[in-house]
Design a protein around this ligand. Structure first.
Ligand code: GLU
Length: 354
């Protein structure tokens, strides 16, 4: 799971972007990058090293700006290499390498129809600089851009099939970042005269605790201290303005910091006794305490549980299966989510899917 941070501020936001990436490092990544609006142009710095190296690189290159986006990538399409690292740029159709970029974009997820979209955009003259599925989104938004980035992103999302959280900005609109999500997480951070985007609230700890959890299909327009959200109406397919609750979230950074450990897997291993003790604190082995307040009600309505997870959460799911079957007596299956996604399954309405 990669990480996204975006910001529109009145100060240099590069330190906030890089610090946000450091707090998202625990998710794992193979490359990272940052792009800003600087002196009327788009500038970026990308690296296949750690975020700490990117930090040194942006300082050496004097990358600064009040509007920008940043990303840690976990490659799905295209090798982990600098030219595939995000942010991706679009300079419009044509192969003129000297032409300044107009659109900068970061993406978390997978675009399933990237081949069709790439062929369509290539036929219109767009030249691709990477092997990623992500670059098609940057060119698609550029092809739809007519002076209003929010509008172009809303149109572009209607052509995308797959999972995405994106953050995008445009050379011609220096104080605006647009975000959208479908199937990948994205939150909005409301600051004092500033606005932020991130994959989770922890990335913005110390920056703002005023958080909006964006919902599936939301597109968000971030400007200086202002934001607008539109949601896709499932019946008409059109976007309509919505209000989402702003919550106060006290994300503590300790959980995301590496501390004395060499890497995050070592940290997870050594923190297990504490994590299990915290989880079980006060539990007397009774279903509601162990599985949550609503457990009795939910368990009455279901006849099985299906847990979909990847990596470490898959192993956590396997432990949950032992508990659900031995304590709650509910048949439980655990499946690797990335496999489940690509096979046909027969849904049972009485299965609780976690
Ligand atoms: N599919 C995109 C890529 O390979 C994004 C991967 C990610 O979520 O980091 O570049």
């Amino acid at each position: 799971m990669c990480g996204i941070v975006g910001a529109v501020g009145a100060r240099n936001i590069v330190p906030i972007l890089v610090e946000g990436l450091k707090r998202l490092e625990y998710r794992g990544y193979d490359s990272c990058g940052v792009a800003v609006h600087q002196d009327g142009a788009l500038r970026r710095s990308r690296s296949t090293s750690r975020v700490a190296e990117l930090d040194v690189q942006v300082a050496a290159d004097a990358v600064q700006g009040t509007t920008g986006i940043a990303h840690t990538r976990w490659a799905t399409h295209g090798a982990p290499a600098v030219h595939n690292a995000h942010p991706h740029f679009s300079s419009g159709p044509g192969a003129d390498a000297a032409r300044p970029a107009r659109i900068a974009l970061v993406h978390n997820g997978i675009i399933e129809n990237h081949d069709d979209l790439r062929a369509e955009l290539q036929a219109r003259g767009y030249v691709f600089a990477s092997q990623t599925d992500t670059e098609v989104i940057a060119h698609l938004i550029d092809s739809l851009y007519d002076g209003d980035l929010f509008d172009a992103v809303q149109q572009a999302t209607q052509r995308l099939k797959g999972a995405y959280a994106i953050a995008v900005f445009c050379r011609d609109e220096p104080h605006r970042v647009v975000g959208a999500r479908e199937g990948s997480p994205l939150i909005l951070g409301v600051g004092q005269g500033e606005s932020f985007l991130a994959s989770d609230a922890m990335a913005l700890a110390g920056v703002t605790d005023q958080i909006v959890y964006l919902e599936e299909g939301d597109v968000v327009d971030l400007q200086l201290g202002k934001h607008w959200i539109v949601a896709r109406n499932v019946t008409t397919g059109r976007h309509e303005r919505v209000q989402r609750e702003v919550r106060t979230v006290h994300a503590h950074t300790g959980a995301a910091e590496l501390g004395p450990y060499r890497h995050y897997m070592q940290k997870e291993i050594f923190e297990q006794p504490r994590a299990i003790a915290d989880t079980l604190e006060g539990v007397q082995g009774i279903v509601p305490e162990l599985f949550g307040d609503g457990a009795h009600r939910v368990f009455k309505e279901i006849d099985s549980v299906l847990i979909l997870a990847c990596g470490t959460s898959y192993y956590a799911g396997c432990t949950a299966k032992y508990w659900l079957e031995s304590i709650a007596q509910i048949p439980t299956q655990v499946e690797v989510a990335s496999e489940y996604r690509y096979r046909d399954s027969v849904p049972n309405p009485k299965t609780l899917v976690v």
